[in-house]
Design a binder for this molecule. Structure first.
Ligand code: UDP
Length: 339
């Protein structure tokens, strides 16, 4: 199959591209590199924004994909709070554009659409919002889901805390933040009392699930892990795994964790979701088997990735851009290349 991925340089997009290539698909992508990295991309790609209709049309006409994964979006609570207008416009317009081509696909939505909940979340659970701009990301994704409902051959997936190698801590995600802090022997910054609950799914499991869902019939489905953890539990798991593998001195747990009040981290208007756990029955009914990478493997693979990136950055600092140039060049998408 010829598959087109929007947001291919991103954390999930790049793993999805790798997975699909390994399954024998021909994969192409588009990314504006606003938060993704060119070095993540394992396939041909165009550097364009999905709001650029003529670039999208060019790509789709040249590639003639059989299937589209639409992952490109402004993501991350921090980024969205910094610029809600940009997030709303980008997410809605990109989705509207990509749905116009009459090619089937999967739209990446988010568990954020459920809003401020305290129950296990099945796909038909009520969505609980306020009009605070903290929820603008959720609302923009929800509109995407409504557009998808009106488009033949399209379906939505709602991601719950996808984690793993290549995830950046720059936009506030907890796992890369904790792993980096543990590697640097710094205190782990737990927001609030740390009793808020999440589940975590490894990005490679998520990519495998996205691949398997391509041929399935559904409207919307949750994608998440089944390990229910408080953020305090996550901090302990990170300290244990990194302590064991990187030989960090295991200080008493209390000495390794710093509790930070929410108002010191987020701007006014932030509302925390204290309990976010997916009901995975629908996903399990669609898939014969569920991949399940252990949390400690995810933590250690993410740590290895962070270390590798730090080494590359250090080499670039010492030896200039030659180091980067010696890496395999990323093939750009041109008219000739897609034929
Ligand atoms: N969090 C934390 N310390 C950090 C970053 C995040 O305690 O350095 C908390 C955050 O308040 C939330 C949880 O970890 O309760 C998950 O945060 P993330 O941004 O990764 O995902 P989301 O809030 O979207 O579930």
């Amino acid at each position: 199959m010829r598959v087109f991925i929007t947001g291919v340089a991103g954390f999930i997009g790049s793993h999805l591209a790798e997975r699909l290539i390994s399954q024998g698909h021909l994969v192409f992508g588009i990314d504006n590199l606003s938060s993704g990295k060119e070095s993540n991309i394992p396939c041909r790609f165009l550097r364009y924004d999905c709001r650029n209709k003529s670039a999208l049309r060019f790509a789709i006409n040249e590639i003639k994909p059989d299937y589209i994964y639409h992952l490109a979006a402004t993501v991350g609570v921090k980024r969205v709070l910094d610029n809600p207008k940009e997030c709303i416009e980008n997410n809605i317009e990109s989705t509207r554009n990509i749905l116009e081509f009459g090619i089937p696909g999967i739209f990446a939505s988010t568990s954020e659409v459920y809003g401020k909940t305290d129950k296990i979340l099945s796909e038909d659970a009520p969505l609980i919002y306020s009009s605070k701009s903290r929820w603008s990301y959720a609302a923009s994704k929800l509109i995407g889901e409504y557009l998808v409902q009106q488009t033949n051959g399209w379906k939505s997936v709602r991601f719950f805390n996808v984690v793993g190698p290549r995830q950046s801590g720059s936009y506030g995600a907890v796992m890369p933040t904790f792993v980096k802090q543990a590697l640097d022997n710094q205190q782990l910054t737990v927001y609030g009392n740390g009793k808020q609950v999440r589940t975590f799914i490894d990005v490679r499991d998520c990519a495998e699930i996205l691949d398997m869902l391509m041929m399935k019939e559904f409207d919307v489905v949750n994608i998440g892990g089944n390990n229910i953890l408080s953020i305090n539990d996550l901090a302990s798991n990170v300290l244990e795994a990194i302590g064991r593998d990187y030989g960090q001195i295991l200080l008493p747990r209390q000495a390794r964790i710093e509790n930070i009040a929410y108002h010191k981290v987020y701007t006014d208007g932030f509302e925390e979701c204290l309990y976010r756990v997916p009901d995975l029955n629908k996903l399990q009914s669609l898939l014969p088997v569920m991949p399940m990478t252990s949390l400690s493997k995810t933590i250690l693979d993410l740590a290895a990735h962070i270390k590798k990136e730090e080494n590359t950055n250090e080499q670039v600092r010492q030896h200039g851009s030659d180091v980067q140039r010696s890496e395999t060049p990323i093939p750009r998408l041109t008219r000739a290349a897609v034929r």
